[in-house]
Design a protein around this ligand. Structure first.
Ligand code: PGA
Length: 262
């Protein structure tokens, strides 16, 4: 399968952090350091309130902007919600869908995730779809079956062509914000499983082109070893994306591992 060669992708999910002045400071620092990792693809994902400001600061830097969630309707009486066209309007090209914190605290289900995913594609946004198992599921040996269900239900109705616009992020629940990272081989095993499952569903070509990120306590110190795993194409970073040094450091380590992988 031909296609543009993959470059390491590092996305920073700021979660519910950063006022507008704080966001300005962080983006300025990222912009200063970014030329050092020009071989990587960077995405910043601020809270909604800072999107427009961050979008103007990013300008033509090549760093992409993402929203943390969206609602599936385009407009209407849905107090508190934000739609795909609104995210586009604010400068976003990406959107997180089905983050485990949304699934856990805001009752998102595979069905709502699927509706959001299709809405994102319809709006021309690149969804970053988060999947992964809980600690109980892992301990019960159900990791593979959980991610299979998510792939089946979250991607329902998507064609192979749609899949090309979707970025997947494997984020084991138990590794998010806990300081516990999946061991590189543990993460790599699930990534290989996910790519295999995508292959069964969409064919090996589309599956090998799919970008599969790892997320869960990623930092500069562990990103090299994680990226060395065959099917890890980049990272979705929470805590360590709140400081330019660690965010860029992760991209630098991923690039170093990428050079050795090729
Ligand atoms: P963390 O968060 O890096 O702070 O574990 C990852 C995520 O939630 O995307």
């Amino acid at each position: 399968m031909t296609g543009t060669p993959k470059v390491p992708l590092v996305a920073g999910n700021w979660k519910m952090h950063m006022t507008i002045p704080e966001a300005r400071e962080l983006v300025s620092a990222i912009l200063r350091a970014a030329p050092g990792v020009s071989g990587a693809s960077l995405v910043v994902i601020p809270p909604f309130t800072a999107l427009s400001e961050v979008s103007s600061l990013l300008g033509g830097s090549g760093i992409a902007l993402g929203g943390q969630d969206l609602f599936w309707e385009e407009k209407g009486a849905y107090t508190g919600e934000i739609s795909g066209p609104m995210l586009r309007d604010a400068g976003c090209g990406h959107v997180l869908i089905g983050h485990s914190e949304r699934r856990q605290h805001f009752a998102e289900t595979d069905e709502t995730v699927n509706r959001k995913l299709r809405a994102a594609l319809k709006s021309g946004l690149r969804p970053i779809l988060c999947i992964g198992e809980t600690l109980e599921e892992r301990q019960a040996g159900k990791t593979a079956s959980r991610v299979d269900t998510q792939i089946e239900q979250d991607l329902r109705g998507l064609s192979a062509e749609d899949l090309a616009s979707v970025i997947l992020a494997y984020e084991p629940d138990w590794a998010i914000g806990t300081g516990v990272t999946a061991a590189p081989t543990q993460a790599g095993e699930v990534h290989t499983h996910i790519r295999g499952r995508l292959g069964e569903k969409y064919g090996n070509g589309p599956a090998s082109c799919a970008i599969i990120l790892y997320g869960g306590s990623v930092k500069p110190a562990n990103s090299y070893a994680l990226f060395k795993e065959k099917n890890i194409d980049g990272f979705l970073v929470g805590g360590a994306s709140l400081e330019a040094d660690s965010f860029i450091g992760i991209a630098r380590e991923a690039l170093r591992a990428d050079r050795e992988k090729k």
